[in-house]
Design a protein. Structure first.
Length: 471
């Protein structure tokens, strides 16, 4: 009996010269070298001449390090699109680019230069930044070619190229000639550590517990203009804020034009204006005791009223704003145009001064014309985070409103791009202060990963009416 044949001999299979093993570590570099020798991308451009064009506009990677999985996924997907369009009969060129500007490059170069950078002219530092960026342009180019991405790698566009900068200026000049360019101010994120603005993409959130306070703003305009029932009364409104360090910049109190507000008279005869739906919460939080409702009116009736700043010789304007919410607080929001987009835009509508009272390193400064005492205020020169440490011992010495003389702890969660800290209230007893010891708010960090050099740095506001957070 003849032996049984091998199992594979019983199958009819196609014959191939392909090796059993791919040996990719050895074969891929050879294949890429072959493509480079053939100048395959240039041949594809010749073959595609005259075909319908398909252009993929590629956002450039940042030239500050080697590529990672995100780069590979991004470029791989785009390569699939470009190659599939080429095979579908289109002329589909791919022009890669590199973003060579930005703070991370500057920080790395400053670290490399050390104290030497203080002695170098700006042109030398810029040259070092260009060299640093070019290093990673070359590295990323070789890595993208290594993973098989087709493109014009011999001539990518770079934002630091003189020609690219010239075209940018040319486009800008075109906008200028057509009258599309104006000079103005806008709120921006500002890092008090690096003393520079931050892009929205550089800002992230984390939980932070902040002090919060209730503050009385005494009405100085005619109460009868709001409602006849208030004629002859001593009227105030109460604001609640988790950013007491912004109070030196307070220029307005915002009310929602569509909310109902009530005027509550306490046993002493003082009248307080708060949002109707928050009245019970405010009465309990501020220990107002027994109250009587004298009047009820829309927030629109409070537009253009005036108030006295709680500790500065400054008139405060009543304004209407839709960002006032009715879920927490009092329905009255203290507004500082130098601290936040909403506040700034409200200031523009009402013609308020946007000058910022926090310098580029986060130090509080006083408006000397409005400070009523010879001695500087306790918060003068303190950073917004140092001010929180000084507030606790000072808070016991301030004059508290008899209806608001106790301390307790509510919660509030809010987004913010700057540190939230308390200032030391003045020793003057001109207004009601009531401090809440902890209110959770959000802080932002400018890095995409924990931890980083700047992930623990708090932000302040930029001088010259440029600001970083809403109050």
């Amino acid at each position: 009996m003849s032996p049984a044949p091998e199992l594979k001999a019983t199958l009819t299979l196609p014959q191939t010269a392909f090796p059993m093993k791919a040996n990719l570590p050895q074969n891929e570099p050879l294949r890429l070298a072959r493509w480079a020798e053939l100048d395959l991308y240039a041949e594809l451009r010749k073959a595609g001449a005259g075909r319908p064009a398909y252009l993929l506009h590629d956002g450039p990677p940042y030239a500050n390090g080697p590529i990672h999985l995100g780069h590979a996924l991004n470029k791989g997907l785009k390569d699939f699109v470009v190659k599939s369009k080429t095979m579908a009969g289109f002329d589909a060129p791919y022009v890669p680019g590199y973003d060579c500007h930005g703070l991370p490059i500057e920080i790395k170069v400053e670290e490399q230069l050390g104290r030497k950078r203080l002695e170098l002219p700006a042109s030398a530092i810029l040259s070092a930044c260009r060299t640093y960026a070019q290093k990673y342009v070359d590295l990323q180019t070789s890595q993208f070619e290594r993973i098989g991405i087709f493109g014009r790698w011999s001539d990518p566009y770079k934002t630091m190229a003189r020609g690219y900068e010239a075209r940018t200026l040319e486009a800008f000049y075109g906008f200028l000639e057509k009258g599309f360019v104006y000079r103005g101010l806008k709120p921006v994120y500002w890092c008090i550590h690096d003393r520079t603005t931050l892009a929205e993409a550089e800002v992230e959130y984390a939980q932070h517990t902040s002090p919060s306070i209730y503050v009385r703003y005494r009405l100085t305009s005619d109460p009868a203009a709001i409602d006849p029932a208030l004629a002859g009364k001593q009227v105030s409104t109460i604001i609640w804020t988790t950013t007491p360090w912004t109070l030196p910049a307070s220029l307005a109190v915002a009310f929602h034009p569509g909310f109902e507000y009530v005027a509550l008279q306490v046993e002493s005869g003082e009248v307080y204006i708060v949002a109707a739906e928050l009245a019970e919460a405010v009465r309990a939080a501020c220990n107002l005791g027994t109250t009587t409702e004298l009047a009820r009116f829309k927030g629109s009736a409070l537009d253009r009223t005036t108030y006295q700043h709680p500790f500065l010789e400054r008139s405060i304007l009543g304004v209407n704003a839709l960002y006032v919410t009715g879920d927490t607080g009092t329905g009255a929001v203290h507004t500082a145009p130098a601290h936040g987009a909403d506040d700034y835009n409200t200031g523009l509508r009402y013609g308020l001064d946007p000058v910022c009272r926090v310098d580029e390193v986060g130090r509080l400064t006083v408006d000397t014309e409005a400070w009523p005492q010879a001695a500087p205020p306790p918060f003068e020169g303190l950073k917004v985070w140092a001010a929180i440490r000084s507030s606790s011992p000072c808070s016991k010495s301030v004059a508290l409103c008899s209806e608001a003389a106790t301390w307790n702890t509510p919660t509030r969660t809010a987004g913010a791009a700057t540190s939230r800290s308390s200032i030391a209230p003045p020793s003057s007893g001109s207004s009601a202060w009531r401090r809440r010891s902890s209110a959770p708010t959000a802080r932002r960090r400018p890095s995409a990963s924990w931890p980083s050099k700047r992930s623990t740095r708090w932000f302040g506001t930029r001088p010259g009416a440029r600001s970083a957070s809403p109050t």
